[in-house]
Design a protein. Structure first.
Length: 553
C-alpha cells in the first residue's frame, strides 16, 4: 500500500531547543482534546463534548504522522489509515508476525482449503463472533465486503486486487450482475470463492484491509459518516471511541472481541506531523514510540537502547506521467533512469536501505539483481540526444512532486542535482501534504512523483500487479497489454520456475523497456520504542497491530 511518512520539512539538529517548545505546544495546544494530566492520566474528549480520563498504566500513546484520509477499510489505500484500521478490524486470515517467512494463521476464518488445483477456495468461518454492537458475524458480511469493494461506484483503489475472482472485473465494469461473480455463501459460516485461474496466494489477499468484512446496513444508515465513532461497528481487538480530526484517535479494548482480549485497554494516536516533536515527546515520556526517524539523525539515534530496526517489505520509487511531455517519450524516461545513481541516494540516507533497479524487492521470490537500468550517465546523454534533445537546455522543465517529508525532500534535491549534472536538465520541486498529494495523483498526476509501496503480502504479484493498466494505484497512466497478460498469467501459474520466467519478462518491460517507473531502493524501518512496552509490533510488513503488546507495570 502507499506509504505516507508525512512529515514537514523542519527537522535539523540545530533546532533541538525549539523542539522543546514545539513539544509542549503540540501536546497541550494541537492535541488539546487528549492532554496528559499532572498525575499521568490522560484526559480525552469524547463525541458530544464529554470528557473521560484514561489511566496512563492502561494507555499506549503512539504517533500518527497525518490525519487518516479514511477509516473506511474498503476504500482506504494508505499506511496512515491502515495503522488504525488494523486495530479495529481483522480479515479471514492474518499474518503470523513471529514467522520469518510471514506465513498465515486463522483469524475470522478457522480454516481454508483449495480444490480444483487452486481454482476454488472454501473458508470455514468462526462461529459465535460478534460485531461491536452485538450483531453476529456471518458469511454474508464477507460477501457484502467483496461486493462493496468491486462495485464501481465505491471507487475503491484496491478493487483490482480481486479481479482474479470469476467475473469480478466484468462486474466492476457493469457487464454482469453480482450473482455471476465467484462468491458463494454455502452456509452461514462457510463461503466459497471461484477464481478464473488457480491462485496459490489467494488466502493472503484475505488478510488485507480491503477484504475485511463490512456491514452494509451501517453504511446505508450513516452514509459517509459511518466511520465516525458514534456510527462505526467493528470486529477487531479495539473499538473507535473518539476521532478528533487532525488531533487524536482514541481506541478502547473491544470487550466482544472473539480472541484473547488485548492486554492494553486504551490506545491514543496523536497526530503530530513534526518528527522532531515526536522525538521530544518520546524523550519526555509523553509518547511510547516514534515510528519514523529522520535520516540526518540516524547515526545518533541508532546508538540508543530504544532503537529498533527492520528491513521493510516495501520499495521507494519515482513514477512518470507518461502522457505529459517530455516524459511521453520513452527515451527521455530511460535517460532519466540511467542518470540516477541509486547508491548515492542510499549513502545519503545512511539507514541501511538497499539500492534497487528491479521492481520485485530484494529477498523476495522473483527478485533479479541484474534487472533494470543501471547508472550510466554517458548512455543516458546519448539517449537524450536520440530523443531529439542534443541541447539539454531545450528539454522542457520537469517537475518532481512529493508529499511533505524531510527525507523525500532530500532525495528530490539529490536527484535534482544528479539530473542537472548528468543530463543538464532543469528540475523543479514541489511538495504537498499527504491527503492533497494523494488527491493530486488521482486527478492529475504530475510529470514525476515520488511514491512508496509497502507490500500487502509477500509475493511478487503484489508489487507487479500494482502497475497493470486497470490498477487504481498505478498513477503513471501507462498501459501495456503484454504486461497485463503476463501478470495475469503469473498469478495463475503454480510451477515456480515457469512463474519466475513470466515475472522476469514482465519486469524487463516495466523497468528496462517502457520505464514508467524508476525504482530507487528497498526501505528500512527505524523506530524508537519505549522500554515500558513489551512485544511492540516491529515487522517487515509495518503492521502496527497492538493486540499482543503489553505495558510493564
Amino acid at each position: 500500500m502507499p506509504i505516507s511518512l508525512s512529515i514537514p520539512l523542519t527537522i535539523s539538529l540545530a533546532k533541538s531547543l525549539n523542539r522543546q517548545l514545539a513539544a509542549l505546544v503540540i501536546l497541550f495546544a494541537l492535541v488539546g482534546t487528549a492532554c496528559t494530566r499532572g498525575n499521568g492520566d490522560i484526559e480525552v474528549e469524547l463525541p458530544g463534548g464529554k470528557k473521560t480520563k484514561l489511566a496512563l498504566k492502561e494507555t499506549l500513546r503512539v504517533p500518527a504522522t497525518s490525519e487518516p484520509p479514511s477509516l473506511d477499510w474498503i476504500k482506504s489505500s494508505d499506511t496512515a489509515s491502515a495503522e488504525i484500521t488494523s486495530n479495529l478490524m481483522e480479515g479471514l486470515t492474518q499474518y503470523d508476525l513471529t514467522d520469518k517467512e510471514l506465513g498465515l494463521k486463522p483469524a475470522l476464518a478457522l480454516k481454508w482449503e483449495a480444490t480444483d488445483s487452486g481454482r476454488k477456495w472454501k473458508f470455514t468461518l468462526r462461529e459465535g463472533v460478534l460485531w461491536s454492537d452485538g450483531v453476529p458475524f456471518t458469511a454474508q458480511h464477507v460477501a457484502d465486503a467483496f461486493k462493496h469493494l468491486l462495485t464501481r461506484e465505491t471507487a475503491a483503489s484496491y478493487a483490482y486486487s480481486l479481479f482474479g475472482l470469476k467475473n469480478a472485473q466484468a462486474y466492476n465494469q457493469g457487464k454482469v450482475p453480482w450473482e455471476e461473480v465467484g462468491v458463494k455463501i454455502t452456509a452461514p459460516s462457510e463461503i466459497t470463492f471461484e477464481l478464473d485461474k488457480p491462485m496459490s496466494f489467494f488466502p493472503y489477499l484475505l488478510s488485507h484491509h480491503a477484504t475485511f468484512p463490512v456491514r452494509l446496513d451501517v453504511i446505508k444508515k450513516a452514509g459517509d459518516r459511518w466511520t465516525e465513532p458514534e456510527n462505526i461497528v467493528t470486529l477487531g481487538p479495539y473499538v473507535l471511541k473518539a476521532w478528533q480530526h487532525d488531533k487524536i484517535v482514541f481506541l478502547e479494548r473491544n470487550e466482544k472481541y472473539y480472541d484473547a482480549k488485548p492486554a492494553i485497554k486504551n490506545i491514543v494516536f496523536y497526530m503530530i506531523q513534526e518528527i522532531g516533536t515526536q522525538i521530544n515527546l518520546f524523550d519526555s515520556g509523553k509518547l511510547d514510540a516514534v515510528h519514523t526517524l529522520p535520516s540526518v539523525e540516524l547515526r545518533k539515534l541508532r546508538t540508543r537502547k530504544e532503537h529498533r530496526e527492520v528491513m521493510r517489505l516495501g520499495t521507494a520509487y519515482y513514477g512518470f506521467n507518461v502522457t505529459k511531455p517530455p516524459l511521453d517519450n520513452v527515451l527521455v524516461r530511460r535517460a532519466i533512469s540511467m542518470a540516477i545513481d541509486r547508491q548515492q541516494v542510499v549513502q545519503m540516507l545512511a539507514g541501511g536501505q538497499v539500492p534497487l533497479t528491479s521492481w520485485v524487492p530484494t529477498g523476495m521470490f522473483g527478485y533479479e539483481a541484474e534487472r533494470g537500468l543501471s547508472f550510466n550517465p554517458d548512455k543516458a546523454r546519448e539517449l537524450l540526444k536520440q530523443a531529439g534533445f542534443a541541447d539539454p537546455s531545450k528539454v522542457p522543465k520537469i517537475e518532481i512532486r512529493f508529499n511533505t517529508n524531510e527525507d523525500h525532500a532530500r532525495i528530490a534535491e539529490n536527484i535534482q542535482a544528479q539530473l542537472k549534472k548528468n543530463l543538464g536538465i532543469e528540475i523543479e520541486l514541489k511538495n504537498e501534504e499527504w491527503k492533497v498529494f494523494l488527491n493530486t495523483l488521482k486527478i492529475d498526476p504530475p510529470q514525476m512523483f515520488r511514491f512508496g509501496w509497502q507490500g500487502d503480502f509477500p509475493d511478487p504479484d503484489n508489487f507487479l500487479n500494482l502497475m497493470v493498466s486497470h490498477s487504481d494505484n498505478n498513477h503513471t497512466k501507462w498501459k501495456n497489454p503484454r504486461f497485463d497478460e503476463l501478470i495475469a498469467k503469473g498469478a495463475g501459474t503454480l510451477d515456480r520456475e515457469e512463474r519466475k520466467k513470466i515475472y522476469s519478462e514482465a519486469q524487463k518491460i516495466l523497468v528496462e523497456e517502457d520505464v514508467p517507473v524508476v525504482p530507487l531502493y528497498i526501505g528500512v524501518s527505524h523506530l524508537l520504542v519505549s522500554e515500558r512496552t513489551e512485544n511492540y509490533p516491529v515487522n517487515a510488513m509495518s503492521i502496527f497491530s497492538f493486540k499482543a503488546t503489553r505495558l510493564k507495570q
